[in-house]
Design a protein around this ligand. Structure first.
Ligand SMILES: [Zn+2]
Length: 279
């Protein structure tokens, strides 16, 4: 069996009713392997429900990751907003861990007008606090800051690899659509994608490629990077080349499709991935 588990960002559109357990059942019916639990508008699940969700997911062999709320900025000028951001990430991590999720991703910060070096140090300090709190509470889940889609956002691949080097247990969540949008279309060849995987291997070791948190979807960009996710059929992102690089580097882990047509595109990615894998 192939090393990447592929699935949807949240509940598939064809799940009825639209609950997380029904979403997990639907993914299993469709032959998909993974769900990213979307707490993007807030953590609206308690730990007790999360445990039930986790049991079902395990029974149906659906792996889980978590996306923390969008309302996060570890470089806010307002200290209360920073504290609230950390609380949201920690809460998403705790509930995710209760469901047995392996990794929680989030968009860490905005640069505003600050020096990216300073922002890096601030983000790192806040990450250390959160790691300590999770360790103290016995919560076992990975914190995986995401490569972001626009130049105003903290989260280049280089920044995240450095965070992973300096903070044991932290790995980047690599969103290939964001890398492409942020570079205004430059990151769009097999060489680029293979280069991303090579940098991760060089910076964080082979094990980083064996448990990789990945996002892949169609995307549209403008002068300021990411505009919106679009179906694979409408994007110029060479997702086939992304999958080829993932196959060639023998990457294993969890790939979430954030397409507006969730399961349809996730199934396309899974079909293509398996085809490339068998060659
Ligand atoms: Zn994201």
């Amino acid at each position: 069996m192939a090393g990447l588990r592929i699935g949807t960002a949240g509940i598939p559109a064809s799940a009825k009713p639209q609950t997380t357990p029904d979403g997990i059942r639907r993914l299993a019916e469709l032959g998909l392997d993974h769900m990213e639990i979307e707490f993007v508008r807030g953590v609206r699940m308690g730990e007790k429900t999360a445990r039930t969700v986790g049991e079902l997911a395990e029974e149906l062999s659906i792996s889980l990751t978590v996306h923390a709320p969008y309302y996060i900025n570890l470089n806010s000028a307002d200290p209360e907003k920073i504290e609230a951001s950390k609380k949201r990430i920690v809460q998403a991590a705790k509930v995710g861990a209760a469901a047995g999720a392996v990794s929680v991703t989030f968009h860490a910060a905005f640069y505003h007008d600050d020096d990216p070096q300073q922002v890096y140090q601030l983000v790192k300090g806040h990450m250390e606090d959160m790691l300590e709190e999770l360790a103290r509470s016995g919560v076992n889940i990975r914190l995986s800051p995401e490569t972001t889609g626009g130049p105003t956002q903290f989260g280049t691949l280089e920044e995240l690899i450095r965070l992973g080097q300096e903070l044991p247990g932290v790995y980047p969540c690599v969103d290939f659509a964001h890398l492409y949008a942020r570079s205004l279309g430059e990151y769009n060849s097999y060489q680029h994608f293979a280069g991303v995987l090579q940098s991760i291997r060089d910076g964080l070791g082979e094990e980083a490629l064996k448990a990789m948190h990945i996002h892949l979807s169609g995307i549209e960009y403008g002068p300021r990077g990411e505009k919106r996710h679009v179906p694979l059929e409408e994007t110029e992102l060479d997702y086939r080349a992304v999958l080829q690089a993932l196959v060639d580097f023998d990457v294993a882990g969890w790939l979430t499709c954030e397409s507006p047509i969730l399961e349809e595109d996730a199934l396309i990615l899974k079909g293509l991935y398996e085809e490339l894998h068998q060659r």
